[in-house]
Design a protein around this ligand. Structure first.
Ligand code: OAD
Length: 241
């Protein structure tokens, strides 16, 4: 990764204006569903049908063709296409809107709704588009009931952490977009950037997050406005680099 690389961390706020509810907003995804009911390995052991139904519904919504990337996703894809260095998007989101917008270098730290994983062999299936039912058989072990969403639940280790920490250490910008900064380890990335890189730290969020005091540069408002504006500025800067 060269000296002008950018790491972008995104959270639910980047997809809010595409119609996907955030986790902790007034109409948040967890409303009516406690984390303990649908987002822990214990919940899956206790009531697999409930957990599968929760993710089946969200996968279905994504695939119905009614959810589209918004101007923030599109601006990030443009940044990756035009920036002279590397742009890595680290998303906490389990939707596929960055990819639909055209971003290529995307890591889903909390997994993806479009992936299923075999609990016997750890084989990951992508793209996975169907509902996972009690009767759904896994192709690798030929058993029913072994598949789960490839989503990181509370108490499980997020994906790709060594690669992300290394990318942050080598970055010149660390830009956090639409995340409340309440879930670690992602919430610790800005501190890692401050301690282990020379990156300019930037927060683009609807309102100051819990971690806003850690960012050098901050812009508040809807992602569809702040992200395209900020990225246009960065791209202008790149022409004089
Ligand atoms: P949250 O719901 O915690 O936070 C969303 C953030 O986006 C808030 O700070 C909002 O102010 C901001 N926001 C809302 N609408 C916005 C808009 N239109 N433009 C810009 N910002 C906006 O979501 P995350 O921080 O992504 O983890 O949550 C992190 C993790 O907590 C999720 O990945 C999920 C959840 O538990 C797992 O499932 C493991």
């Amino acid at each position: 990764m060269n000296s002008s690389s950018i790491v972008v961390l995104t959270g639910a706020g980047v997809s809010a204006e595409s119609g996907i509810e955030t986790f902790r907003g007034p109409k948040g995804l967890w409303e009516g569903h406690s984390i303990d009911e649908v987002a822990t390995p214990e919940a899956f052991l206790k009531n697999p049908k409930k957990v599968q139904t929760f993710y089946n519904e969200r996968r279905k919504k994504l695939l119905m063709g009614s959810v589209f990337p918004n101007k923030a996703h599109l601006a990030l894809a443009k940044l990756e296409a035009k920036w002279p260095g590397t742009v890595l998007i680290v998303t906490q989101n389990v939707d596929n809107l960055h990819e639909l917008a055209g971003s290529k270098n995307v890591l889903h730290i909390h997994g993806s709704l479009l992936e299923a994983r075999c609990t016997q062999t750890d084989k990951v299936y992508f793209p996975w588009k169907e509902a996972i039912l009690k009767t759904t058989k896994c192709a690798c072990c030929d058993l029913a009931g072994t598949l789960r969403p490839n989503i990181v639940w509370f108490g499980e280790m997020p994906f790709e952490l060594p690669r992300i920490f290394e990318a942050i250490e080598q970055s010149s910008w660390f830009i956090s977009i639409g995340t409340s900064g309440q879930v670690y380890p992602a919430a610790g990335f800005v501190e890692h950037a401050r301690l282990h890189s020379k990156a300019t730290t930037v927060e683009l969020n609807l309102e100051p997050s819990m971690l806003s005091h850690l960012f050098a540069d901050k812009h508040y408002g809807p992602a569809t406005e702040t992200v395209p504006d900020y990225i246009e500025g960065l791209l202008l800067e790149s022409t004089s680099m």
